[in-house]
Design a protein around this ligand. Structure first.
Ligand SMILES: O=C(O)[C@H](O)COP(=O)(O)O
Length: 228
């Protein structure tokens, strides 16, 4: 049965500092490194070993992938990086402290920006200090100025359907190392979660989530590898 492993990057520097991150390219912390390694040790212990890997173009996800693969002795597998697996773009909130933003705009507004299905955060002004628009990794890409979960889904799903799903159909064990909201986008699709209920779904850092696909390529119930 083809298996899909989803892992959110280990704790990042801005997870620790409680800052909105989005497309800003922060590193993992020491704790994040350990979370990533632990994910790899768990995959090894459970015998769930990826044969092909996908990740974003952001170093917290790339490093998490490599650390996990190193621990389960799978650094050699083919790996593809694509911006469509990036974190949701946090617009003008990028770089701000989440608690200070709550104090300024109220808990309810911040919760809407963070978890509503289709309300995007305010746009990031062009040329903002956190605007990745001129970064060579985004050459030829229309970098968004903000993204809701809905907009994130609109660029994650074509990549899932066009590039990742065909690998599962071949029988590969696929690992995707990505981000809280690009993974929420995928889980919403795979688990058929409604626009309302997706607001309550959180994806923890460094915890492999598994989907097993049947012969008709229908995903079963997702579960945490640690609970299997
Ligand atoms: O981009 C970020 O700030 C985090 O990775 C995810 O943030 P969230 O939990 O506010 O969606």
């Amino acid at each position: 049965m083809p298996k899909l492993i989803l892992v959110r990057h280990g704790q990042s520097e801005w997870n620790l500092a409680n800052r909105f991150t989005g497309w800003w390219d922060v590193d993992v912390t020491e704790k994040g490194v350990e979370e990533a390694r632990e994910a790899g040790r768990l995959m090894k212990a459970k015998g769930v070993l990826p044969t092909i890997a996908f990740t974003s173009v952001q170093k917290r996800a790339i490093k998490t992938l490599h650390l996990a693969l190193e621990e389960c002795e799978r650094l050699w597998i083919p790996e593809t990086k694509n911006w469509q697996l990036n974190e949701r773009h946090y617009g003008g909130l990028t770089g701000l402290n989440k608690q200070e933003t709550r104090e300024k705009h109220g808990d309810e507004q911040v919760q809407i920006w963070r978890r509503s299905f289709d309300v995007p955060p305010p746009e990031m002004p062009k040329g903002d200090q956190y605007d990745p628009g001129n970064d060579p990794r985004y050459d030829g890409i229309d970098v968004p100025q903000t993204e809701s979960l809905k907009l994130t889904i609109e660029r994650v799903l074509p990549y899932w359907e066009g590039t990742i799903l065909p690998e599962l159909e071949k029988g590969e064990t696929v690992i995707i190392s990505a981000h809280g909201n690009s993974l929420r986008a995928l889980v919403k699709h795979l688990s058929g979660i409604s626009d309302e209920d997706i607001t309550g779904l959180e994806i923890p850092t460094g915890q492999p989530i598994i989907y097993e696909f049947d012969d008709a390529m229908q995903p079963g119930e997702r579960y945490y590898l640690k609970d299997s």
